[in-house]
Design a protein around this ligand. Structure first.
Ligand SMILES: Cc1cc2nc3c(=O)[nH]c(=O)nc-3n(C[C@H](O)[C@H](O)[C@H](O)COP(=O)(O)O)c2cc1C
Length: 370
């Protein structure tokens, strides 16, 4: 039997994932001043043994004001680093052999200072300890949102330096993969999109200048980390709104970042403007991933409403992407990888403590005792 694509190894720059299944980054909004808590302990221990070859840790604020909510994880203090080290060590201790761990470094820009989703998800109210947000341009995300301060030269350098510091902490923590968050309407995306960047200096004004922040960031982080760590990007294939980022922009951005050493691109979309009309459906961002892969040749991760093993396998088999990320499917079923292996006829290693749960072993099990 030939091995299904989903379970073949994937080289991502200097590292190799044992299979092509990735857990997408997922904010848990449960940190304490940026420090991971026991919630993250169970979350990442569980996902570490999920059968995914790569587990991406949630969007991690590179500075305090760059967190989305009061509950978002950060990596801007020694306390943050210590808390993350505890969680990561525990997750690695139970992870399936070869599982890679990656961290997504981000800055929320004008979408910072928000309520947790279950608190409403809007801008923090005056009595909820809001903070001053920053962006490429002094334009709020929407009505009732904070008006950000446009970053000046020193503010831009401060943000880039914060990414660099957080990347160095990530290397110390032993992550195999570092991802720069350039989509979902957060700070880097705010520089990239013509809808949120109307600057006329070296950081805006033309498509090329709108990319300058992302390119500068890539150079700075790349120079600060060793070559054995894979540095990748998560980008928007589209803003889904007239006048916003298009797939042609995304291809140009990926080409430029690949030339600077980006090892992979995870292709998502949206989040920039609340007026966007996203055509959501099964695999709705896969066409963007396919365009990025075909036109840039970068290792490409597809994500978005990919749910079944057969759907994931089909995307890989047709050459539309190299790796599949899933978010909600893993929240719903943190053993997704085990079940995908069963469905596709693959003998995936499970922890021996749980091996008796293999469906194929159930007949006859009643005769044995533990
Ligand atoms: C609870 C939750 C938290 C998320 N947090 C992040 C995040 O930290 N960074 C990010 O880039 N995307 C985040 N996303 C988006 C997912 O990574 C993913 O792109 C999206 O959910 C679509 O994939 P899915 O259909 O498999 O859920 C989050 C999604 C969910 C459901």
């Amino acid at each position: 039997m030939t091995m299904p694509h989903l379970f073949t190894p994937l080289a991502i720059g200097p590292v190799t994932a044992p299979n092509r299944i990735a857990v997408a980054p997922m904010c848990q909004y449960t940190a304490d001043d940026g420090s991971m808590t026991d919630w993250h302990l169970q979350h990442l221990m569980s996902l570490g043994m999920s059968g995914a070859g790569l587990v991406m840790v949630e969007a991690t604020g590179v500075e305090r004001r760059g967190r989305i909510t009061h509950g978002c994880v950060g990596l801007y203090s020694d306390a943050n680093e210590r808390a993350m080290a505890r969680v990561l060590a525990a997750a690695r201790a139970v992870a399936l052999p070869g599982t890679l761990f990656g961290i997504q470094l981000g800055h929320a820009g004008r979408k910072a200072s928000s309520q947790r989703p279950w608190e409403g998800g809007g801008a923090l109210l005056a009595e909820q300890d809001p903070w001053q947000t920053v962006s490429a341009f002094a334009k709020a995300f929407g009505p009732n949102w904070h008006t950000p301060e446009a970053l000046d030269e020193s503010g831009i350098e401060r943000s880039v330096a914060a990414f660099v510091q957080a990347a160095k902490r990530s290397v110390r923590l032993g992550y195999e993969v570092i991802e720069l968050h350039m989509t979902h309407g957060y700070l880097v995306h705010q520089f990239l999109s013509p809808l949120t960047n109307t600057r006329t200096d070296q950081w805006g004004g033309s498509a090329e200048k709108r990319m300058a922040f992302a390119l500068h960031l890539m150079d700075a982080v790349k120079a600060a980390i060793p070559s054995h760590v894979a540095l990748g990007i998560r980008i928007a294939g589209s803003d889904w709104i007239e006048g916003g980022v298009t797939i042609a922009d995304a291809v140009a951005l990926t080409q430029a970042l690949k030339a600077k050493g980006a090892a992979y691109a995870c292709v998502s979309s949206g989040g920039l403007d609340p007026a966007a009309r996203i055509k959501v459906g099964p695999g709705y961002q896969v066409d963007f991933a396919a365009a990025i892969k075909q036109q840039t040749g970068i290792v490409t991760r597809a994500v978005g409403m990919i749910v079944s093993p057969e759907q994931a396998e089909q995307i890989l088999a047709t050459g539309q992407a190299d790796q599949i990320a899933m978010a909600r499917a893993f929240l719903d079923n943190p053993r997704w990888g085990w079940h995908a292996a069963d469905a596709l006829g693959v003998d995936l290693h499970r922890p021996p403590q749980y091996d008796r749960a293999r469906k194929a072993l159930w007949p006859g099990e009643a005769l044995k005792h533990g």
